[in-house]
Design a protein around this ligand. Structure first.
Ligand code: C5P
Length: 230
């Protein structure tokens, strides 16, 4: 049996104050947080430093996609912030992913985003300029590249997680976003997964975003999601 995925709460929020409110509502229950583009652009590294001072681990979800030298330097800067995980886009290519892994230096794990969970096969095919029969083939191709490049893991939908692990296999870890508790709205996600599906598929991490941060009682929503992971 795969071990239970580690839950990471996405602080997709506009300000330090709003992030601080969620972190204090969750208290000792949650120890791993995702800082993404919105909060990092607004508040910068101080939010990462604050989370570390609170004893939390940080996943910096910057989804880097640039020339290899720029990505290597950004990974070096992220490593200097002591973040546990950092994302880059697989579509940036193997040289770029290798540069990220070098810049992160083994202390910060590089996660390679395969195909965003907000996309279905038609939209991904349109973005890639080629018709896709399904998403899985493309996700597996990018996961194979991630593994060959020495990345810590990949980001993909829950539906592709088991196939990635069977195909690319250990030591690649899988992070599944787009988690929804049963009966919840999709927002802009099209490839949603429940916590128990992600768990059964062998995910190493799940990202809990609006399912927790938009709940009337974030603490209760977090507890419900975490209970469903076991
Ligand atoms: O609120 P929700 O649960 O949809 O948030 C999902 C989070 O996971 C967002 O912060 C989004 O940036 C991130 N993510 C994603 N799909 C990916 C990679 C990351 O939704 N492929």
């Amino acid at each position: 049996m795969p071990s239970r995925p580690e839950p990471i709460v996405a602080l997709d929020l506009p300000t330090f104050e709003s992030a601080r409110t969620i972190v204090s509502q969750l208290g000792a229950r949650a120890n791993f947080y995702k800082v993404g583009l919105q909060l990092f652009a607004a508040e910068g590294p101080r939010v990462v430093d604050w989370l570390h001072a609170e004893g939390k681990r940080v996943f910096l979800d910057l989804k880097l996609h640039d020339i290899p030298t720029t990505v290597r330097r950004a990974a070096e800067s992220s490593r200097a912030l002591d973040v546990a995980l950092l994302t880059v886009h697989g579509l940036g290519g193997e040289q770029m992913v290798r540069a990220a892994v070098e810049g992160a230096g083994g202390e910060t794990g590089i996660l390679v985003v395969t195909i965003l969970t907000s996309m279905d096969a038609a939209e991904a095919g349109a973005a890639l300029g080629k018709p896709l029969r399904g998403l899985e083939e493309e996700v597996l191709r990018l996961a194979g590249m991630a593994r060959a490049s020495g990345a810590h893991g990949v980001v993909c939908g829950g539906a592709e997680c088991a196939a990635v692990l069977a195909d690319a296999g250990a030591p690649l870890r899988v992070l599944v976003p787009g988690i929804r508790l049963t009966g919840e709205g999709a927002d802009d996600q099209v490839r949603m997964t429940t916590p128990s599906e992600a768990s059964r598929a062998g995910a190493a991490y799940v990202v809990l975003g609006r399912a927790v941060t938009r709940a009337t009682d974030p603490g209760a929503a977090y507890e419900r999601a975490v209970a469903a992971l076991s």
